[in-house]
Design a protein around this ligand. Structure first.
Ligand code: N01
Length: 540
C-alpha cells in the first residue's frame, strides 16, 4: 500500500474541487484532488441525461474569481446545456493547469483522523493510502443517486437508465416505447426531449411539481459584452442581499432591478400582473417577485393558484391537467422546476401521464410496469428519482473523527455543523456547501467561492499563527443549528416534504438541511465569526 502525504486532500473535482485546487496552489500548498469520475465537472460530469441544463442563468452560474476567465468564456444560451457546462469545467481545469493535481477514477473509501500526529488518513478503492494535514470534502450536494425501492426494478429486461448516471455513449429512443419514473427537475427536463424522438412515452408521476417556463434563448453577443463590462458590479450584487445569490437584477436584456413587494401591499390585479410578467420573463426568479411567497401561506396559495391556472391553460386534456397541478405542498418548498415545453408535451398523442396516486404502481416486470389494473409494456425505462442529498456522499464515505467517532453516528439524528463548514469531532475537516449553509438554496457558484475563500483564508491564518489543528466548538455548533432550524421554521419550507428535509430517503432523519436566510446574511455571519477571532472555532 503506497502512502503519500499532502498538506491538503480535496475529495471531488467538481466546481468546488477545481476552485480549491486553484486557490490552494496559488497559496503554495501541496495538495491532491481525488475524483471518482474520469474527468472534472462533478454534477455536470454525471448528469448527462437528455435535456440536462442548468436552471440558473449562465452569466451568474459561473466563476467570478478570474476576470480573464469571465471575460473570455463564451456562454451561448441563457441557460447552458450540460455539455457546455462540462466544457467550461474542463476549460477551467486546463486554463489554470489543475489536471496534474487531480487523480481521476479514484473513489475514497475512508477518511480517518489520527490525533497524533494530527492528520487524516485517506484510503481509496484502489488500495492507496494518503495522509493529509487537512481534508476538504468537495463532494457535492446531489451526488449520490437515490434508487427507488420499487418491487421488480432489477428484473426489467429492456434498456434501463438512471438520469444521474447516464451513459457517456449516445442513447436514442427512436421507435421505442419509453417509460419514465420521476417528475422532479431532472424528469421535467428529460421528458420533452425524450418525447421528441420516442415512439411512445409514458410518464409515471407520483407527485406533481411546480414548474415555470425557462424562456431560454441564445444570448445576444452585443448584450453579453455590455453585461460583461459591469461584471464586478453584478457579482457584488449576487453575493449580497438575502436572496439566493442571483442579486436583485434580472439577468435579461433591458430589465431593471426587481423591487421586493410584500403580498399584502398588492391588490389582486397587481399581484397577478407581477406574476404574469415574471412568467413571461421565465426562470426561477418567478418565486421572488412576491417577496414573501415562502413565508406567507396566503401569498403562497395565490401564487399556486396562478400556476394551476397556467397549467390548465397549457394542457388540453383536463384530466391530465388536473393531475399535473401540485396540491400537496406550497409552491417553492420543493425546488421549483424550470422547463422548456414541459406542460405542452402532454398535448402530444404519443405522450401519456399515469397518475400513480390514482393508479398505483404495483411492480416492475421484465417487460414493463404493472399498475393495479393494467400492464404497460416498455422497451426502455428511465428513472429520475433524485438523490440522497447533502449528506449522502459524506455519510457513505466512512469518515471517522476524534476517538473513532463515525460521521454516520455523529449525524444519526441529522447533520450537525458549525456554519456548514465543520462538524464537531472532526478536526481539520472542512465541507464545501455543507448542510447548515445556504448551499442548495443558492447559486452554487457563489456559495462555493465563498466557502473556498473562507477555508483557504483560515488555513493561511493557521500557518501564520503556527497552528496545526482547528476544530468547531460544541456550543457554537449547537447555537448555529438552532438558528438554522429557527430560520427554516419561519418559512414554509418544512411543509414541503422535500429532499431538503431528507424526506425522499426512507429512514433518513427529517431535518431541514440548508440555511434559508440567504447568501448575504450567511456571508455576514461567516465574516463576523472571523472578525471576532474565529469565534466558535478552537485552534491548537
Ligand atoms: O430529483 P427529485 P431530481 N415511485 O428528488 C419520484 C437539482 N437539479 O433529480 O415526489 C415513483 O426532485 C419523486 O416523486 P415523489 C435540483 O436541485 C437541478 O429531479 O417522491 N416516483 C420525484 O418526482 C433538484 O431539485 C437541475 O412522490 C418516485 C422524483 O422521483 C434536484 O437536483 C436539474 C419514486 C425525484 O425528484 C433533484 O432533482 C436536475 C417511486 N418509488 C436536478 N421515488 C437543474 O439545474 C422517487 N420518485 C436544471
Amino acid at each position: 500500500m503506497s502512502k503519500q502525504h499532502f498538506e491538503v486532500i480535496v475529495v471531488g473535482a467538481g466546481f468546488a474541487g477545481l476552485y480549491l485546487a486553484h486557490k490552494l496552489t496559488t497559496q503554495g500548498r501541496t495538495l491532491r484532488v481525488l475524483e471518482q469520475g474520469s474527468d472534472v465537472g462533478g454534477t455536470w460530469y454525471w448528469n448527462r441525461y437528455p435535456g440536462a441544463r442548468c436552471d440558473a442563468e449562465s452569466l451568474a452560474y459561473s466563476f467570478s474569481f478570474s476576470s480573464e476567465l469571465e471575460q473570455t468564456w463564451h456562454w451561448s444560451e441563457r441557460y447552458a446545456q450540460q455539455p457546455e457546462i462540462l466544457s467550461y469545467a474542463r476549460h477551467v481545469a486546463d486554463q489554470f493547469q489543475l489536471r496534474p493535481l487531480i487523480q481521476f477514477n479514484t473513489q475514497v473509501t475512508s477518511a480517518i483522523w489520527q490525533e497524533l500526529p494530527c492528520h487524516w488518513v485517506i484510503e481509496t478503492a484502489l488500495g492507496e493510502r494518503f495522509t493529509a494535514d487537512f481534508c476538504v470534502m468537495a463532494t457535492g450536494c446531489l451526488s449520490v443517486p437515490q434508487r427507488p425501492d420499487i418491487p421488480g426494478l432489477e428484473t426489467f429486461a429492456g434498456n434501463f437508465y438512471q438520469a444521474s448516471q447516464w451513459p457517456h455513449e449516445p442513447v436514442g429512443f427512436e421507435a421505442e416505447r419509453v417509460g419514465i419514473i420521476g417528475t422532479g427537475s431532472s424528469g421535467i427536463q428529460a421528458i420533452p426531449v425524450i418525447a421528441a424522438s420516442a415512439a411512445h412515452l409514458t410518464v409515471f408521476q407520483r407527485t406533481p411539481n411546480f414548474s415555470v417556463p425557462a424562456n431560454n434563448y441564445e444570448l445576444d453577443p452585443d448584450w453579453v459584452s455590455e453585461f460583461k463590462q459591469h461584471y464586478p458590479a453584478h457579482r457584488a450584487n449576487h453575493r449580497a442581499g438575502n436572496g439566493s445569490g442571483f442579486g436583485d437584477l434580472d439577468i435579461l436584456p433591458r430589465s431593471g432591478p426587481v423591487d421586493p413587494v410584500i403580498f399584502n401591499e398588492l391588490s389582486e390585479p397587481a399581484a397577478t400582473a407581477l406574476l404574469e410578467a415574471a412568467w413571461q420573463r421565465g426562470g426561477a426568479r418567478f418565486m421572488a417577485v412576491i417577496n414573501d411567497t415562502l413565508m406567507n401561506l396566503e401569498a403562497n396559495q395565490f401564487v399556486q393558484a396562478f400556476v394551476h391556472k397556467k397549467i390548465r391553460s397549457l394542457v388540453k386534456d383536463p384530466v391530465t391537467a388536473a393531475a399535473l397541478c401540485p396540491t400537496t405542498h406550497p409552491i417553492g418548498t420543493r425546488r421549483i422546476c424550470v422547463d422548456i415545453n414541459y406542460y405542452e408535451t402532454y398535448n402530444q398523442d404519443h405522450v401519456r401521464l399515469v397518475n400513480l396516486r390514482e393508479t398505483p404502481l404495483v411492480e416492475i416486470t421484465p417487460k414493463g410496469i404493472a399498475l393495479d389494473k393494467e400492464h404497460i409494456e416498455l422497451d426502455t425505462l428511465v428513472i429520475a428519482t433524485g438523490f440522497d442529498a447533502m449528506t449522502g456522499a459524506l455519510r457513505n464515505m466512512n469518515i471517522q473523527g476524534v476517538g473513532g467517532l463515525a460521521l454516520e453516528d455523529a449525524w444519526h439524528a441529522g447533520p450537525r455543523t458549525y456554519l456548514g463548514l465543520m462538524s464537531v469531532g472532526f478536526p481539520n475537516l472542512f465541507m464545501v456547501t455543507g448542510p447548515g449553509s445556504p448551499s442548495v438554496l443558492s447559486n452554487m457558484l457563489v456559495s462555493i467561492e465563498q466557502h473556498v475563500d473562507w477555508i483557504v483564508n483560515c488555513l493561511t491564518k493557521m500557518r501564520a499563527d503556527n497552528h496545526r489543528m482547528i476544530r468547531a466548538e460544541e456550543a457554537a455548533q449547537d447555537q448555529w443549528m438552532a438558528h438554522v432550524q429557527m430560520v427554516a421554521e419561519a418559512t414554509l419550507f418544512p411543509q414541503g416534504g422535500s429532499w431538503y428535509l431528507g424526506a425522499n430517503v426512507p429512514g433518513k432523519p427529517r431535518i431541514f438541511m440548508p440555511y434559508a436566510a440567504g447568501v448575504g446574511a450567511y456571508r455576514e455571519a461567516c465574516e463576523a465569526v472571523v472578525a471576532k477571532g474565529y469565534r466558535g472555532f478552537e485552534f491548537a
